[in-house]
Design a protein around this ligand. Structure first.
Ligand SMILES: [Mg+2]
Length: 457
């Protein structure tokens, strides 16, 4: 008993020295220390499994234009010496950090407790360690992070930019399932006013719509007329990155001029610049556990809100719930994107009521994996990002028509927009994927768009 206690104090001291454990979670682990020793947490096996998820039909016809590769996910199962297995997930081609072979080799044989806060392990491995340690200690992940300050945490539905009809349909589906918030992209190849107009018709006034422009409004002078017109809809609640985040003065003018809140990805400009200038009202928080907690501490000190943006299937969403439980300022709805998929890798769905989900108190992530489904969706791990041929058509009410094709680069449409190669938020814009009908015309348009697009035809 004496030696196991000494060993446990050593573990706790190590974590505390690294500045990682709060008093609360240290106490929780000390309590767990009565029954477990450091050896129990030794990582004996790490298995990775690639799966191909499918999007629901409405997101599918929109995601397939630009980011079909969000289908590929890698599960990471970590087994500890005590026999417990924890599971994490990395969306293979859209993640703050992929789990590398090197990280897996480095972790094997080490203590899961020692590695918990190492963000360099990547999303899937770090999440699996939290799940495994939580299960081994019979504690929910939130207890490893700090004191739980929220019993429930708000979540947003997410979808890429879509036609106005698709967006209204998705908003309605979100509302039906208990969501009170919908986040999407603001893009010049859709009519943003029609999108919001149609959606506002099918949801109540207190349902929130957030738009991420990813800089496409370019500068405050051009952005303001659009943002002021959109704010007339009571549902419009947050504008994310309307213009480049480095444009502090432009963002400050926007934040001052609109009742709608302005969000920026944490980091640029420096958080202290945000506090000094008021160039945004809150943050998008992403990354590993250490980074998230540090962002959360800054937000607590400055009373600025944040939303958690951890993207993946239900497993990632479950992980995010725990951070939502401990981060005081995680009061804007989290963006996890798991609503995109028709497959739920969890045995039960994450349920929402009045826009929020319960922070789980069950051990680990608090959700179980549907292994039958995982076995069904399993694929050989793609060596590189799959790049299917896509031809995209945009039309405007003026009759103008443009074609874009995938260029082999991620964000090829966004890049073109920010290079000013599409008309700037013109009325009636509508965009769709043109199915490959095997015709010579499709092939011609595709080749031309791929090398010299977007072009007007
Ligand atoms: Mg964003």
């Amino acid at each position: 008993m004496v030696s196991s206690r000494r060993q446990f104090l050593k573990i706790s001291a190590g974590l505390a020295t690294a500045g990682m454990l709060t008093g609360f979670s240290r106490r929780a682990l000390m309590a767990a220390g009565a029954v477990v020793s450091e050896k129990h947490f030794e990582i004996t096996e790490i298995r990775r499994t690639a799966v191909q998820l499918e999007f629901r039909p409405t997101p599918r016809r929109n995601m397939d234009r630009e980011i079909p590769h969000w289908r590929y996910s890698e599960l990471c199962d970590v087994t500890l010496k005590c026999g417990v297995t924890g599971t994490g997930e990395t969306l293979m081609f859209y993640t703050w950090g992929a789990t590398s072979d090197e990280a897996v080799n480095r972790a094997k044989g080490r203590s899961a407790l020692e590695l918990l806060w190492d963000d360099s392990l990547g999303a899937g491995l770090q999440m699996a360690l939290f799940d495994a340690v939580g299960r081994a200690a019979d504690l929910p992940v939130h207890a490893l992070l700090g004191p739980k300050v929220h019993a429930t945490t708000p979540l947003s539905w997410w979808n890429i930019d879509t036609s106005a009809a698709d967006m209204a349909e998705e908003c309605l589906e979100a509302y039906r399932l208990g969501y009170m918030s919908y986040k999407t992209k603001g893009r010049p190849w859709f009519d943003v006013f029609r999108q919001v107009e149609e959606s506002a018709k099918v949801v109540p006034a207190d349902f929130r719509i957030d738009m991420d422009f990813n800089d496409t409004l370019r500068d405050a002078d051009r952005a303001l007329p659009i943002l002021k017109k959109l704010e007339r809809y009571p549902q419009v609640d947050i504008y994310e990155s309307p213009i480049p985040q480095e444009d502090v003065e432009g963002n400050r003018r926007i934040a001052e001029a609109t009742r709608v809140k302005v969000a920026m990805h944490y980091g640029t400009p420096s958080p202290s610049t945000v506090v000094k200038t008021g160039c945004c009202d809150g943050f998008v928080a992403g990354g590993g556990a250490t980074k998230l907690m540090s962002t959360g501490r800054f937000c607590s000190e400055t009373s600025l809100p944040l939303w958690l943006q951890l993207v993946g299937s239900g497993l990632t969403a479950a992980h995010s719930l725990h951070f939502g439980g401990v981060l005081e300022q995680a009061v804007w709805p989290a963006v996890n994107c798991h609503q995109l998929y028709e497959n739920n890798l969890l045995t039960e769905p994450i349920l929402l009521k009045n826009g929020a989900a319960t922070v789980p108190d069950r051990p680990g992530l608090g959700y179980e994996i549907n292994r039958d489904l995982v076995n069904k969706l399993m694929i050989p791990k793609p060596l590189e990002r799959p790049e299917p041929k896509r031809l995209i058509e945009t039309v405007w009410s003026s009759g103008k028509r443009m074609y874009t094709a995938n260029t082999g680069k991620v964000n090829f449409m966004l890049t073109a927009a920010n290079e000013g190669r599409y008309p700037y938020y013109e009325a009636g814009a509508d965009t769709r994927l043109v199915p490959d009908d095997g015709s010579a015309r499709w092939q011609q348009l595709y080749e031309k768009a791929r090398t010299g697009g977007p072009f007007e035809a």
